[in-house]
Design a protein around this ligand. Structure first.
Ligand SMILES: [Fe+2]
Length: 406
């Protein structure tokens, strides 16, 4: 990349980083633990919240925790309408359907119960509700929502996307197969309810891939150039939590404490990346999600080792610092060795959780180029990554990570 272009991108990122200090990054009001729904409902009663629009998917409505949540809402005289058609990678077309239902009646807020898809879909409803004459496509990018949103409560059922803590609403356009984010601090949910019972029935593969998604958030936030003291601390705590709990939650999913710890780690990673951004791993992953419906967590899990290795000396220092979080006996001066060990740690976790090293996809040269161009557009100039990628860098990584990249 020529020096002029790189300098322009870096200046853009610097200005954005500084301007973030003036934006209202308000963390959600947090309710945690097995009794979090009861405590939250007490709070809602005090705030005179009487009617909520629940956004979820058809699997979740069959789970015990969902029925229990409905009972607690009913005991607190909070009535609900349930929209249970959420699908993975929520489309702007589906958000439109949900929004039309939401505006038929008067609600005190939205209650998203699910993974990132449900929470993002609920955010999308809020955006449409406050911009009835604007399309979601027109809000793509940063700071294009701006208006105060309806009350949004998020109860994540995976640990996870961190969407309960973030400014991002990630949507897919079914017509163009393009996946992109709408980012605005007004999209941070007002309330997050971290209830470990929600994760008890998660299949192992979802526990694995969503857990690595949380790890990717923490890693990309930390190695990027837009950190604050708080985002660094949050990212490190998230990595510590993931190191201590992810494999346990994969092998022993019925352990409520381990599930709670992973929800907390995912939340902390969310707080970190919503301020410090993600990076090239996410830019690459989003295109695989948009064009080939690769689940987001799986995409990140496969891609992360390739991208971190590709950064080489540009990321040694930061990756070494992260390695010290999980191995306090490592020598801080051995930055290169520590960063190699950190990447190995990710590979080993992937392996233990049966995450493949490559995508089993057959992708034409033309599609690879299209994804690379889209990844370039997503990442630049926005993401404060350790190394700014050209289209060709994205292309190389896709070729390394895809089994049949023709
Ligand atoms: Fe993510």
């Amino acid at each position: 990349m020529n020096i002029f272009k790189r300098s322009v991108f870096r200046i853009y990122q610097k200005i954005l980083h500084l301007s973030m200090y003036f934006l209202p990054f308000k963390e959600p009001l947090l309710f945690e633990g097995e009794t979090s729904v009861e405590e939250m409902c007490k709070h809602l009663r005090i705030k005179n919240i009487n009617k909520l629009f629940i956004v979820t998917d058809e699997n979740i409505i069959g789970f015990d925790f969902f029925k229990e949540t409905l009972n607690i809402l009913q005991e607190n005289k909070i009535s609900v309408e349930i929209f249970s058609d959420v699908k993975p990678n929520p489309s702007i077309q589906l958000i439109e359907v949900a929004y039309q239902k939401y505006k038929e009646d008067k609600y005190d807020g939205l209650f998203a119960i699910g993974g990132g898809s449900a929470i993002d879909l609920a955010k999308g409803i809020g955006i449409r509700f406050t911009h009835p004459n604007k399309t979601l496509q027109s809000r793509k990018g940063i700071l294009k929502v701006l208006k105060k949103q309806p009350l949004l409560i998020a109860m994540p059922t995976t640990a996870g996307t961190g969407s309960e803590a973030t400014v991002a609403c990630v949507v897919t356009d079914e017509e163009t197969n393009e996946k992109y984010a709408i980012n605005d601090p007004v999209l941070i949910p007002k309330i997050a309810c971290l209830n470990p019972k929600t994760c008890l029935e998660l299949p192992q593969t979802i526990t694995a891939t969503t857990g690595i998604d949380a790890l990717t958030h923490a890693v990309e936030a930390y190695i990027g150039g837009s950190n604050t003291k708080k985002t660094k601390r949050m990212a490190k705590e998230a990595i510590q939590g993931i190191n201590d709990n992810l494999l346990d939650s994969y092998h022993n999913g019925n352990d409520l404490q381990v599930r709670m710890n992973m929800l907390k780690a995912s939340y902390q990673a969310g707080v970190a990346f919503t301020r410090a951004y993600v990076g090239n791993i996410h830019a690459l992953a989003h295109q695989l999600g948009g064009m080939y419906h690769v689940p987001h967590g799986l995409a990140n899990a496969v891609l992360m080792p390739y991208v971190l290795k590709y950064y080489q000396e540009k990321a040694y220092k930061k990756l070494s610092e992260l390695y010290l979080v999980i191995d306090n006996k490592a020598n801080p001066k051995e930055e290169k060795e520590n960063s190699i060990q950190f990447i190995s740690w990710i590979r080993l976790m992937n392996k233990e959780m049966n995450i493949p090293e490559k995508f089993d996809l057959d992708v034409s040269e033309e599609s690879l180029l299209k994804m690379s161009q889209r990844a370039y557009k997503e990442a630049n100039p926005l993401y404060p990554v350790p190394m700014i990628f050209e289209v060709n860098d994205f292309l190389k990584i896709y070729k390394q990570a895809i089994q049949k990249a023709n």
